[in-house]
Structures are given as C-alpha cells and as structure tokens.
Design a protein around this ligand. Structure first.
Ligand SMILES: [Zn+2]
Length: 207
C-alpha cells in the first residue's frame, strides 16, 4: 500500500500561502502525533469555517458571526470612525495589523488580492468592481481621501496604478485625492509583518 492519505493531506497544506512541500509534510506528520479528539475538533472547525464567518457588505472583511452574514461589520457600522478616508488593503491580515497599530480611524476596503505585474488575468477574488461602487457611493458622502495601503512591492505598485485608472472617472471632477501608504515603507516591506512604528510612520509620510 502506498501512503495515499499522507500525500493527499500534504497536497492540501501545500495549497496554503507560504507553505512548501517539506513544511506541508511536516504538518501531516505532526498531526499524526495528535490524538483523535484533537483531529476531530480541528477538522470540524475547518468544516464549519464558512458557516460561522460573514463577509462585510461594505468593506468585504471577514468576521465571526452566526447570523447576518452579509451585514456591515463593526468598523463599518461605527459612526465614530471618520467617513472622509477610505483605506484600501490587499487582505484581512493587513487590516488587522493596521487596526492593532491604532494609527488610523477611518473606513476600510479589503480588495482581496493584487493585480499581477505582467499581463496575467485579474483573479476573480479581487473586488475591483465593488471598490468602484464603494468609491462612487462614498464620493457623494463626504469622502476626501483614498489611501492605498499595500506592501512596497512591484505587484502593489501595479495595483495602485490600476486603481487610479479605474477610479479616475469618479474622482476627476472632485477634490478626492488618492495617496499611497507604500511610499512611506521601504522597498519590499510587507504590511502584514510591519510593526506599529513602521505603520504609523508610513501614515505620516504617505504621498
Ligand atoms: Zn466592514
């Protein structure tokens, strides 16, 4: 008998971001050292993940909920947060990290991915159309600045240019400006791994 189950589970782990074949296999062998009860709870949490998580209808952030899965999240519902700035991030963890840094008190938008650098197709999970609609709506609602808060990478630059292009028709006759947080980060810096001071400096130095 070949070890089909081991390879099968290894393949699943390899699909996770940043996980190579060796790390994936290490996870499998590690799980084999755990008792059945742990594995049962672990797999049950994965199985029900999408049942107990909602996605905000305004900013598209994922959040824990068992009801109202398409309602606005706490941040979008919070009337104390400023409505004049919209911070666009690539992914949920970037938003979590900026929230932890306490450098920002406006609204967010989670794009769900970046635009690939060389002519590849836009992936479906990238919410460009939704961003367009959100900015269009907010532009009637006191929006003054859109901050593109991506990591300082080539793909992020490309995404910034793409967004500027698609939002141009909405903002060209308004005072809404688009600034970039990435210019306050050094090249190659990933927002996800940036500390509080780096993020707060990036806000101060945004252009
Ligand atoms: Zn939200």
């Amino acid at each position: 008998m070949k070890n089909i189950t081991i390879s099968k589970l290894t393949n699943y782990f390899e699909k996770l971001p940043g996980i190579g074949p060796r790390q994936a296999r290490r996870f499998v062998y590690h799980l084999l050292t755990k008792d059945k009860d742990f594995l049962k709870k672990f797999s049950f949490t994965i199985k029900t993940l999408k049942d107990e998580v909602g996605q905000c209808s305004e900013c598209f952030k994922f959040f824990d909920t068992t009801e109202n899965k398409n309602e606005p999240c706490e941040i979008c519902q919070n009337t104390k947060r400023k409505k004049d700035t919209l911070l666009v991030v690539e992914k949920d963890v970037d938003m979590d990290n900026i929230e932890r840094s306490a450098s920002y008190d406006g609204k967010y938008f989670v794009l769900g991915g970046l635009v690939p650098a060389l002519g590849e197709k836009l992936r479906n999970e990238i919410k460009m159309k939704e961003l367009f609609s959100k900015v269009k709506k907010d532009s009637q609602n006191g929006l003054k600045e859109i901050i593109l808060a991506f990591s300082a990478t080539l793909e992020a630059d490309n995404t910034g240019r793409y967004i500027e292009k698609i939002l141009e028709p909405i903002i060209k006759n308004t005072k809404i400006k688009i600034s970039r947080l990435g210019r306050g980060l050094s090249t190659g810096t990933e927002l996800e791994y940036s500390d509080k001071d780096t993020i707060s400096n990036a806000f101060k130095n945004r252009q």
